[in-house]
Design a protein around this ligand. Structure first.
Ligand code: AMP
Ligand code: MG
Length: 415
């Protein structure tokens, strides 16, 4: 592989995202492991999940009422003879009932509809005296019944390999009787914060020092993305010490570095990386926050490891993780590629901005009813982690747009 050094490549947001997605599509996950169903949430399925029976396994009543023949109640009121009761979980004796002409059986939600019946009348439309039930409304054939096998047939694919397990996947796994699932091992994600001003959270900061928050916010984002965060000691802005820690970080499946990627005199990450066998795919993206973001791969001891250099301002770090590091975690987890969670919302108040960059401005999505509303959260720029903590999304400003009117439909990126 060619060593490209630190040649500068400033891409548009779309180009940079495309570059990372393309790279991620060639990554492969670690070997699978088996975990219990309750531990599988957030991990990626290493196997297909199939239906072990028909769903539903029997014709299921969706209402409390009476199982009838629809032709018997076509001209209400109809008086039918009650021949039994079928509850959910009915034993064979109950479910063995057959409804003949002029007959009905009381039935509960989730119970098997008996032979002979082709509809269930809701209890609200009936009256009862002794062994007779009066049906006051007609009911169509099939009404209030879910046909056996209509949701899924035995053997059919329910959830494919590569799906990230969420509560819906867990429901399917439980329904098909899987107490354990094969998932891919979480990728190890090294997190290296750089900067002479940084102090860890268990130490008192000096007057001109600040606490290292990025290692922790990144660890949270990594864990939420199904990775295993490995936080390295903070690196000072000194080339030799930085090199040692970068080498350590390259032992992981992916390395995230924060800080030290801008154009300042002590921004050494690119320079030190380039002293290894490294290839830079881009060294900046026309976005704000996060413009100095760097993406590449390094080879150490015959192992190729992707790395992302995230600008150190806390909001820049968060945004660039979501935009450019997250796809790598998906690839290394065996997950099928996920699009960014964009949505449309109505802007509450007008604002103007400068053109030229794709901006991701901290914002709050709210409103009730059909139309989501979004408002900008006032902030002091990309260092303002307090402002982003009051946000739940970013308002996405395309590079060519300068003015935004109240009531305009805008794009938001959910966290
Ligand atoms: P840099 O990208 O190194 O130029 O840093 C940009 C800004 O982010 C500076 O104000 C840094 O003090 C701040 N910063 C860098 N790293 C961190 C970190 N790990 N936690 C909190 N703030 C940081
Ligand atoms: Mg720095």
């Amino acid at each position: 592989m060619a060593t490209a050094g630190t040649q500068s490549a400033l891409l548009s947001f779309a180009e940079a995202r495309q570059c990372v997605e393309e790279y991620a599509s060639h990554l492969s996950p670690a070997e699978p492991e088996t975990v219990s169903l309750l531990d599988a949430t957030g991990l990626v399925l290493a196997e297909d999940l199939h239906a072990d029976r028909d769903f539903p396994p029997f014709p299921r009543s969706t209402r409390d009422g009476y199982a009838v023949r629809s032709t018997d109640v076509a001209a209400p009121p109809a008086r039918l003879r009650l021949i039994g009761e079928i509850k959910a979980g009915a034993g064979l004796q109950q479910s063995g009932i057959t409804i003949g002409a002029g007959e009905a059986a009381e039935i509960m939600t989730g119970a098997p509809v008996p032979a002979g019946a082709d509809a269930v009348v809701m209890v609200e439309y009936t009256g009862r005296s002794g062994g007779l039930v009066t049906v006051q409304r007609p009911v169509g054939a099939g009404e209030n019944i879910v046909v056996a096998g209509s949701e899924a047939n035995r053997g059919s694919l329910m959830v494919p390999r590569g799906t990230r397990v969420n509560h819906t996947t867990v429901a399917v796994a439980a329904a098909v009787g899987r107490a354990e699932l094969a998932v891919y091992r979480r990728p190890k994600v090294a997190i290296l914060a750089t900067g002479d001003e940084l102090v860890d959270i268990n130490l008192p900061p000096g007057a001109n020092e600040i606490r290292n928050s990025n290692s922790y916010s990144l660890a949270a984002q990594v864990a939420a993305a199904g990775g295993e965060p490995v936080i390295l000691p903070v690196a000072p802005d000194v080339a030799e010490e930085l090199a040692l820690l970068l080498r350590k970080g390259l032992e992981a499946d992916v390395l995230l570095v924060t800080g030290g990627v801008s154009a300042g005199k002590y921004d050494l990450v690119e320079q030190v990386m380039a002293s290894f066998e490294a290839r830079f795919l881009f060294t900046g993206a026309r976005i704000q926050p996060g413009k100095p973001v760097v993406f590449g791969e390094a080879i150490l001891h015959d192992k190729t490891t992707p790395f992302v250099g995230l600008p150190g301002n806390p909001v820049s770090t968060m945004v660039t993780f979501q935009l450019f590091a997250r796809p790598l975690l998906d690839g290394l987890s065996g997950a099928t590629a996920q699009p960014l969670p964009f949505a449309k919302a109505e802007l509450n108040s007008p604002f103007t901005t400068r053109t030229g960059l794709t901006r991701f401005l901290p914002a709050r999505l709210g409103g009730n009813g059909a139309q989501p509303q979004v408002e900008l959260v006032p902030w002091q720029g990309s260092g303002d982690l307090m402002a982003v903590s009051r946000s739940n999304c970013y308002l996405v400003v395309p590079p060519e747009q300068e003015r935004f009117a109240a009531g305009e439909l805008v794009t938001v990126l959910m966290f």
